[in-house]
Every structure is written in structure tokens, then in C-alpha cells.
Design a protein around this ligand. Structure first.
Ligand SMILES: [Fe+2]
Length: 171
């Protein structure tokens, strides 16, 4: 066998993260999100880990256009990509604020089986980091990290971006 790939790759049982761009009025949404009341998120104890969370856990109730767009994005993931013939509903929705040069602790959304994160604004410094939920057996010996062997994977946030991912992936 040569060093070149001469085999087929089956990324079996993969954890799928999708990103898509929503058609929303990002400025109006941002304005509305800024008006919410926020409290310090659990674990926000230092300057580096500094994240606020909205007191309201149903923020999409007052943002029906955004809620509709997120619903469409989830439907594409559930029915289009995963081919699941099932109904679903958005049970909770909250907003977070992370201060410049700070980050939020990694966590899972244990209250649901699918999560979506929406960014009204994009910036080269805005990133979401996903953590591999599988056991780390031999990954410390990598010469190079790629989509198959990474322990974490960063996705840059863009304006009106929606990420979808399943509940056992922490971000
Ligand atoms: Fe989260």
C-alpha cells in the first residue's frame, strides 16, 4: 500500500454539526437581545470565563421571525439530513453574552436531544468550539489534526449563522 489514500473512507456513526445562514434582520434581533435582562452564568468566576445568560428561557417567543427560521433550520437537520419522520418543538431558548477576550465554559444542553446556536453578528474572533464526545484512545499521537481525529473543532461565527448539533456534543 502506498502512502497515498487508496481506500474508501466511511465516517461511520459520526456526530454531525451543521451551519447555515438564516434570512433574518440581524440588527433588529440584536437590538431586541440587548434589551433582555442577564445574569452571570454558573461558572463565570474569572475575567476569562465571563458569560452572562438571559433570565428569560423562552426568548424566541418574542422573536417569531427568528423562531420560524430556526425551526426551518432544525427541520432541515432532522427530516432532511437525518431522515427522521418525527415532529418536534423548540422547548427552551435563551441568549448569552460573552465579554470581549472572554469565553464561556464548555457544557452540554442536557434538556434536549438537538441544539441550535444562532449568532446575529460575525467576527473573526467569534468562535464556537465543539468537543469530541468519544473516548480519547490514541489521539495524543497525532502529527496533524483533521476532521476525523480532532478532540475539539472551532467554527467561526458569521452573521446570521445557525449551528445545529446533537445533545451529547459539548460546546
Ligand atoms: Fe450552550
Amino acid at each position: 500500500m502506498s502512502d497515498k489514500y487508496n481506500f474508501n473512507i466511511f465516517p461511520l456513526f459520526s456526530d454531525v454539526v451543521t451551519t447555515t445562514t438564516l434570512k433574518c434582520d440581524d440588527k433588529k434581533i440584536l437590538k431586541s437581545l440587548k434589551k433582555l435582562k442577564y445574569v452571570k452564568r454558573e461558572g463565570s468566576i474569572s475575567k476569562e470565563v465571563n458569560c452572562l445568560i438571559s433570565k428569560n428561557y423562552n426568548v424566541l417567543d418574542s422573536l417569531p421571525i427568528l423562531k420560524g427560521e430556526i425551526h426551518k433550520g432544525l427541520k432541515l437537520y432532522i427530516k432532511g439530513l437525518m431522515k427522521q419522520d418525527t415532529g418536534f418543538k423548540i422547548t427552551t431558548s435563551w441568549a448569552t453574552q460573552t465579554k470581549p477576550k472572554a469565553y464561556s465554559n464548555s457544557h452540554q444542553h442536557a434538556n434536549s436531544w438537538l441544539s441550535a446556536v444562532y449568532y446575529p453578528e460575525g467576527d473573526v474572533n467569534f468562535k464556537i468550539r465543539f468537543h469530541c464526545p468519544k473516548p480519547q484512545l490514541w489521539l495524543d499521537h497525532c502529527n496533524e489534526y483533521n476532521i476525523y481525529n480532532s478532540k475539539t473543532y472551532d467554527i467561526k461565527a458569521d452573521k446570521n449563522m445557525l449551528d445545529n448539533f446533537s445533545k451529547h456534543i459539548s460546546s
